[in-house]
Design a binder for this molecule. Structure first.
Ligand SMILES: [Zn+2]
Length: 256
């Protein structure tokens, strides 16, 4: 049986997925995957091969978080072991197969204040992430709302094989980020791949995705116009911690 809270998470997840799929700028066809916490032990994640646009209850399968996290404790797993492990973690009898990216969703949903995760392949963001200058270009922040929605910096992940290896790299990158900033990241950029947005509410995750799309537009334009004028590290720290920005964050995202 689903609790009322779990049912609400699933409805929010369905709406978020459709919103992210509707413009075609963040994901087309079977691209991207989304997830939401269901309760302390389980979460919903997109079924492998389904589309964000047109997502329904059938597009998500409940999985056991501890079973997936146990897979991440392993240094390496064969493709067969991964496929078997994912199916074994499914918490219903539907036989539906969770996305191969379920492993990083499990980890991110175990971070403090994280209830929703959306992974997309936004065209503008990938314009940067597929360039030879990806890491250098995303090193700095450009404007205050970017910091409010996307965090003081993204976690940057060099290209990795999607699945188990990528999930372990994301885990390492987030641990490092949390040592520095003392909070969970809001965004992860994966070289030659795409974006992951994570947060407390579906609205927050949608805003982070939209704001990265906008930031990428501005970054490409500024680079073409002679170079991005990045904010100083002091300004970035100040904006990410100051009270009125926290109030603004609350106004944008709600208390959630
Ligand atoms: Zn992807």
């Amino acid at each position: 049986m689903q609790s009322a809270l779990a049912q609400k998470s699933l409805q929010d997840l369905i709406e978020l997925s459709n919103r992210l799929g509707e413009t075609g700028e963040f994901a087309i066809l079977g691209e991207g995957n989304t997830s939401a916490k269901m309760d302390a032990d389980r979460f919903y994640v997109k079924v492998s091969g389904t589309q964000l646009l047109g997502a329904t209850e059938e597009s998500f399968v409940p999985v056991d978080r501890k079973k997936i996290l146990a897979m991440l404790d392993q240094d390496s797993l064969s493709d067969e072991e991964i496929a078997a492990g994912l199916l074994d973690a499914v918490a219903d009898s539907s036989g539906r197969k969770p996305s191969v990216e379920t492993m990083f969703h499990a980890y991110l949903l175990s971070l403090p204040q994280v209830n929703f995760v959306a992974h997309t392949h936004p065209t503008m963001v990938n314009m940067i992430l597929c360039s030879t200058r990806a890491q250098e270009l995303v090193r700095g922040r450009l404007f205050p709302d970017e910091i409010v929605c996307c965090g003081p910096e993204p976690v940057f992940i060099h290209y990795e094989d999607p699945g188990h290896i990528l999930a372990r790299k994301i885990m390492e990158g987030c641990e490092e980020y949390m040592k520095k900033w003392k909070v969970a990241p809001k965004s992860i950029l994966m070289q030659n791949h795409g974006l992951v947005a994570l947060g407390k509410t579906a609205a927050q995750v949608q805003a982070t995705t939209q704001m990265w799309h906008k930031t990428a537009h501005i970054l490409v334009g500024a680079t073409l116009l002679g170079g991005a004028n990045y904010l100083s590290e002091d300004n970035v720290r100040r904006i990410s911690t100051r009270l009125d920005e926290k109030e603004r964050e609350k106004a944008i995202f709600g208390d959630g």
